[in-house]
Design a protein around this ligand. Structure first.
Ligand code: GDP
Ligand code: MG
Length: 676
């Protein structure tokens, strides 16, 4: 049996799904995070149940990709029961989707989620009257506190195959005069004008499409002039009935009915918690909003650097002793010099080098997860709405960009939530400029080496530059090809929540797993490859200066020279960094002959010797800048391709990012070297 979870963004579908399946999907207190349907399975009440988590949607029109994914899936025969997840603390907004689902004529069970919040606020919901008015079972649950989970599935199992309302009782006085007595068959009964038209369309549909499943729903869609349905079922004689789009009328009447429901079932109605309102007045203030955001990010950085560095010391000594142990162990068993070099200067230096940044990365993920789950990040998207509108985009476009602080791959996927195709492509193009966590090791290494005093500020500047470059690129694109935007705000502000330990843990653990995974695969492979091309040359195993790697690096030098990066070692590590950004650092470690990038003393020596090569603070800054802006990693490029279905577009975005990186870094270096 297949059960699909559908509901508005942020109503707790993924939390519910995770609670049942034990899966660790990303949960976030902002809309637009789940963009693909995710599946899992459990056995419950003796039934094998297949669960599907769908992207959040406010309605079943087919305007955005998320809505299409959800609607097509729900309409297919693959689904046995639809569980409509409703945020009980925002019943009014959530019921709109519910009414649409009921019209599909498929088995629906309502999961009234967030009951813990409702209780805490002293709100009460009449759980007897609500199912009477909707005609389907309503089960109170709390996905977070794991309450009501078993009852919900039980209801779903029982409700399978029930396509008709269980027990509809409409006893509201105003509509007793209603000409059409559908009140026993449908929860939502429209005004006489609309019901007349539905009846007329039903006759036409029955005559021309005798096999249709749900005439009422199709008639409604035709009245709304829904593109997909109108194209799929051309109807003779339709002009006489559908003289205009009745979409607004249908929406208004649905909301009128919702108002009625709310009046009857919600007791002690309280809009929002006063504290949330107060916090929002401050955090989304026109003038203070952005400075506060920048300050919050600065705190994130401070924690990442300060606490991360304290923890890093332990990691460093562990990896140091491991390396020493490996060397002496290998020597003891009589391993050759070449093997020892491969393992110690290649693998341990490369992979181990990356692992030492784990504490910093962990803290970064932890602080971002707390911010996401608390609900603050949606405020950031909200305060950026004005700016984004001016750049010709909807405010929602900033959400994928913020996700980019973690990793560009899910961030680019999140751009699906945008309605407009141009918005979507532009967002995909600039999202990689947001500094992802893989770039953090580069900043830590280079700012630590060359700016020991101001490491944190230097790294922070990279994050700011990333945001600014992304916004400026959007501005240029907008000036280049103007796009009218509807100035409506599609971001809702969810309630602030105390971040849930479990949610935060899942988020951090998933990302850490990813990071370790990369260290074990791509970075591992890249370190070995690096070691090979650096230790072998046309004349066999030998000096690095004559190796294949050096030859390759030297070819690239002219390209990088104007940026102050005209050193074959640097060129080579930047090239290798296309596989994954951390590889810039791991290959750097291999390059400088297994330099111990974990030891401050070794780094100081290295910085000094690089300084003698003419590589100074300005060069180091340019190195970080170029790393920030040039093409992200192979995985991101692959994602851009899957999302755009076009190699041409993918190639364009790669060239675009490299060009932007080159031009900006070149400008900084050329101007900088004249000033200093
Ligand atoms: P989705 O967008 O529908 O998948 O929603 P998520 O599962 O990502 O949840 C959105 C937010 O609501 C997260 O911060 C969750 O921790 C929180 N949440 C979900 N279910 C509950 C619940 O039953 N009670 C409370 N208090 N919070 C919940
Ligand atoms: Mg979700």
């Amino acid at each position: 049996m297949t059960v699909a979870f559908i509901g508005n963004p942020n109503c707790g579908k993924t939390t519910l799904f995770n609670a049942y399946t034990g899966a660790n999907l990303k949960v976030a207190n902002w809309p637009g995070v789940t963009v693909e349907k995710v599946e899992g399975a459990i056995d419950s009440h003796g039934v094998h149940i297949h669960l599907v988590d769908l992207p959040g949607t406010y309605s079943l029109t087919s305007y955005t990709m998320e809505e299409q994914v959800s609607r097509n899936f729900i309409l297919s025969d693959d689904v046995d029961v639809i569980i409509d997840v409703v945020d009980a603390s925002a019943l009014e907004r959530n019921l709109y989707l519910t009414l649409q689902l009921l019209e599909l004529g498929r088995p629906v069970v309502v999961a009234l989620n967030m009951m813990d919040i409702v209780e805490k606020r002293g709100m009460e919901i009449d759980l007897h009257r609500l199912p009477e008015m909707l005609g389907v079972p309503v089960v109170p649950v709390s996905a977070l506190k794991r309450r009501g989970l078993s009852v919900l599935l039980h209801a779903a199992i029982h409700h399978k195959d029930r396509t008709h309302p269980d027990q509809l009782i409409h006893d509201h006085p105003e509509i007793t005069h209603h000409k059409h007595n559908h009140h026993h068959d449908f929860a939502m009964v429209y005004s006489d004008v609309l019901e007349d038209k539905i009846d007329q369309l039903r006759v036409l549909l029955q005559a021309q499409y005798p096999d249709l499943q749900n005439y009422r729903w199709h008639a409604l869609k035709l009245l709304e002039m829904d593109q997909e349905i109108t194209a799929k079922y051309p109807l003779q004689g339709i002009e006489a009935v559908v003289d205009r789009s009745y979409e607004t009328d249908i929406i208004n009447e649905k909301y009128a009915f919702i108002e009625e429901i709310i009046q009857e079932v919600v007791v002690n109605r309280e809009e929002r918690v006063a504290a949330t309102d107060y916090a929002d007045r401050l955090l989304t203030n026109r003038w203070l909003g952005i400075p506060i955001f920048l300050a919050v990010m600065a705190v994130v950085f401070f924690l990442t650097f300060f606490i991360g560095d304290m923890l890093r010391d332990y990691f460093e000594s562990a990896i140091d002793s491991f390396s020493a142990l490996a060397t002496s162990g290998l020597t003891a068993v009589g391993a050759g010099e070449m093997l020892i070099s491969l393992i110690c200067d290649g693998i341990i230096a490369g992979v181990g080098g990356i692992l030492t940044f784990l504490p910093n990365i962990c803290i970064l993920f932890l602080t971002l997860a707390v911010l996401e789950d608390s609900g603050y990040m949606s405020r950031v998207a909200y305060i950026m709405n004005d700016v984004m509108n001016r750049l010709g985009l909807s405010g929602r476009a900033f959400i994928p960009m913020i996700l980019g602080f973690g990793c560009s791959v899910p961030a680019i996927m999140a751009s699906r939530a945008l309605e407009n195709k141009t918005d979507r492509y532009r967002t995909m193009l600039v999202t990689p400029f947001m500094s992802c966590s893989a770039r953090l090791p580069i900043y830590i290494l280079f700012s630590g080496m060359f700016f020991p005093e101001n490491a944190m500020i230097v790294a922070y500047s990279m994050y700011l530059i990333g945001i600014v470059v992304a916004l400026v690129c959007l501005l240029v694109l907008h000036l280049f090809q103007r796009q009218e935007t509807e100035n409506i705000l599609l971001i809702e502000l969810p309630e602030y929540k105390q971040p849930s330990l479990r949610t935060v843990w899942i988020s951090v653990w998933n990302k850490v797993k990813d990071y370790l995974n990369r260290a074990g695969t791509i970075i591992f492979a890249a370190s070995i490859l690096m070691w090979f091309i650096l230790n072998f040359g046309p004349s066999g195993y030998g000096a690095m200066n004559d190796s294949f790697g050096a030859m390759l690096g030297k070819i690239l030098v002219p390209f990088f020279a104007p940026l102050g990066l005209g050193y074959w070692q640097i060129s080579l590590s930047l090239l290798a960094g296309i596989s994954a950004k951390e590889v810039v650092v791991s290959s750097f470690a291999v390059l400088f002959d297994g330099v111990n990038i974990n030891s401050a003393a070794a780094l100081a020596t290295l910085a000094a010797s690089m300084g003698q090569m003419g590589f100074t603070q300005l060069n180091a800054y340019c190195m970080m800048l170029f790393s920030l802006l040039y093409v992200p990693c192979a995985a991101t490029i692959a994602t851009i391709h899957t999302e755009s279905h076009s190699w041409k577009w993918t190639a364009f975005s790669v060239v675009f990012q490299i060009s932007v990186a080159w031009v900006i870094t070149c400008a900084v270096y050329q101007i900088g070297s004249r000033l200093f």
